[in-house]
Design a protein around this ligand. Structure first.
Ligand code: A3D
Length: 320
């Protein structure tokens, strides 16, 4: 059986990390694409030269022409610009929307059968635009954000409780932005929901609220520290988990930015919700019951994503 082919559109900080992780996990052959000449070729060669040391087999090719991604099984998109300190994700919209138009055309022409994972910010609006520009089926185009947001939440909780990250599950809904909705009652330590852990004296409600706020600000905290760009290790790991769920038909239940066509009362938008990912892409959108306060927060988050989609349509009327 031939190896899977994974195309990375954008070979910057996340793209390079993705290529390395995909190589180490032997998920398939890798094409690194970028408009910058030499970067994808150089990163590809460097990672290929690590393969004899780390014992993995993968062809790594760098390219500046979309024809190199032909027939890819998975395409992961990080092309565009990241945030600098003081910028919000939404400030990236104008530049990155134009990038999505080019990327969408490239995928449409050369990899129309691929499972496409978008990471470019502002995430929920960019994945929505990318699906429209590419014309690929909606269940085959998803955005990565929820796994990263919930991984941040899990990490902070594990640190607070002094337990293994493996035993902490966390649930984050909504758009990938300041209005994301971390759901405490669906987040657990070994199945014990967070509100029960507060009652048991493991932590206080005040501390839990601080952790929730730190999760919401998780991206900005890293941008503030790095100063020259945004997070890349954890975003890359999160996207690889999605790619692996598709390639191995794992039917994983993961929070992703998925196309909604009525679920949660939302139509024709991408918003972070739990889904099942397998060989069919997004095979099922899971609808959970929200209480009044969660519903209100979710609606506020959806409204901010809707505003971004509106802004996209003003720039690119063909998205309507
Ligand atoms: P960076 O290291 O700048 O890499 C972006 C790459 O895209 C660069 O190598 C550029 O040359 C390339 N590029 C620019 N325009 C084009 C184009 N038209 N076609 C092809 N390639 C192009 O950024 P990064 O890897 O750190 O981040 C990439 C994106 O991910 C940014 O938009 C970030 O904001 C976003 N991001 C999202 C998350 C989420 O959780 C959703 C987390 C972290 C970063």
């Amino acid at each position: 059986m031939a190896r899977n082919k994974i195309a990375l559109i954008g070979s910057g900080m996340i793209g390079g990390t993705l290529a390395h992780l995909i190589g180490l996990k032997e998920l398939g052959d890798i094409v690194l694409f970028d408009i910058a000449e030499g970067i994808p070729q150089g990163k590809g060669l460097d990672i290929a030269q690590s393969s004899p040391v780390d014992d993995f087999d993968a062809n790594l090719v760098g390219a500046n022409d979309y024809s190199a991604i032909e027939g890819a099984d998975v395409v992961i998109v990080t092309a565009g610009v990241p945030r600098k300190p003081g910028m919000s994700r939404d400030d990236l919209l104008g530049i990155n929307l134009k990038v999505m138009e080019q990327v969408g055309a490239g995928i449409k022409k050369y990899a129309p059968g691929a499972f496409v994972i978008c990471i470019t910010n502002p995430l929920d609006a960019m994945v929505w635009a990318l699906q429209k520009f590419s014309g690929l089926p909606k269940n085959m185009v998803v955005g990565m954000a929820g796994i990263l947001d919930s991984a941040r939440f899990r990490y902070f909780l594990a640190d607070e409780f002094k337990v293994s990250v493996e035993d902490v599950t966390a649930f984050v809904l909504g758009g990938h932005g300041d209005s994301m909705v971390p759901l405490a009652r669906y987040s657990t330590v070994a199945g014990i929901p967070l509100p029960d852990l507060v009652k048991m004296g493991w932590t206080s409600q005040e501390k839990l609220d601080q952790i929730i706020q730190r999760t919401r600000d998780g991206g900005a905290e890293i941008v503030g520290l790095l100063k020259t760009g945004s997070a890349f290790y954890a975003p890359a790991s999160s996207a690889v988990q999605m790619a692996e769920a598709f390639l191995k038909d794992k039917k994983r239940v993961l929070p992703v930015a998925a196309h909604l066509s009525g679920q949660y009362g939302v139509k024709d938008m991408y918003v972070g919700v739990p889904v099942v990912i397998g060989a069919g892409g997004v095979e099922r959108v899971i609808e959970i019951d929200l209480n009044k306060s969660e519903q209100k927060q979710f609606e506020a988050s959806v409204a901010s994503v809707a505003g971004l989609c509106e802004a996209c349509m003003n720039i690119a009327p063909n998205l309507k």
